[in-house]
Design a protein. Structure first.
Length: 274
């Protein structure tokens, strides 16, 4: 029992200790993901941009949503969907981390603790681009970032820790249940993008009681945090935000602890199954 407890505690330390190796693996993972295609890594940026354009056209031109917003609706969509792109990409990649790197899992001397983090870190390259893209778009449309935008660093960190906790759990389970990737893609990501919410303003469309229910979703905190940093101009500790911040970290740290616990419990069987 003590040995298992030490293993659980060692993962954050191992992530810090192996940061150079993780960066190298993440960089190679990002490059090889699109190796062999004509446009290469450009595809990593084309798909999210096309998605943004489609949503913007449907809701702004088709449904004529957001006409009463004090800022362009396209900014509302872009700023909110950027953290979701990272979450979705990291979840898809991280869930399959042990399978993608099965040759490293089978190596006795290799520390497999870092593999889920490598996939999450790989998603950061595209995430950084779209954060810059959203900032430039805001400037071009006359909504230049203020001091509140510094909170983006905090919310990026929130997204990484929350996603990483989930990924340690899903990566471990996916070794034994290969259908998990499809389950996450359909029931978590496709449905989650609507209930987070990304495409509509929950603060204006929901009653106070129902809004509290939606806020129980940790991704609501992150997506809304991006918007508060770029559009709403509100600090994460201001007013009721403080209580939701405490709630978010209570849930996130529990998920991280639980994900690492399951990962450590199943790790001795990974090489045999793979």
């Amino acid at each position: 029992m003590e040995e298992k407890m030490n293993k659980r505690k060692s993962i954050p330390a191992e992530l810090i200790k192996n940061r150079k190796l993780e960066f190298t693996l993440a960089k190679n993972d990002f490059r090889t993901k699109y190796a062999g295609s004509f446009l290469g890594m450009v595809w990593a940026f084309i798909q999210p941009i096309v998605t943004i354009l489609v949503y913007w056209f449907i809701f702004t031109v088709g449904f004529r949503s957001g006409q009463d917003q004090e800022y362009p609706f396209v900014l509302f969509i872009v700023v909110g969907i950027v953290p979701w792109f990272f979450f979705a990409d990291a979840m898809n990649g991280g869930t399959g981390a042990l399978i993608d790197y099965d040759y490293l899992v089978k190596k006795v001397m290799f520390n497999i603790d870092i593999l889920p983090f490598v996939k999450v870190m790989s998603s950061l390259f595209v995430h950084a681009f779209f954060i810059i893209f959203s900032i430039i778009l805001c400037i071009c449309m006359g909504y230049a970032p203020t001091i509140y935008a510094i909170q983006l660093i905090y919310y990026i960190f929130c997204n990484i820790i929350f996603t990483l906790g989930l990924v340690y759990f899903t990566a471990a389970i996916n070794v034994f249940v290969r259908d998990l990737t499809q389950i996450i893609s359909i029931f978590v990501l496709q449905i989650g993008v609507w209930i987070t919410p990304i495409m509509w303003d929950a603060n204006k469309m929901l009653s106070p009681k129902l809004l509290k229910v939606f806020k129980l979703n940790p991704m609501f905190y992150i997506v809304n945090g991006f918007r508060e940093s770029m559009l709403y101009k509100r600090w994460f500790w201001e007013g009721t935000n403080l209580w939701w911040t405490l709630y978010f970290w209570a849930i996130t740290l529990f998920i991280f602890w639980f994900g690492v616990k399951i990962f450590n419990k199943l790790r001795e069987y990974f090489a045999d199954v793979l």
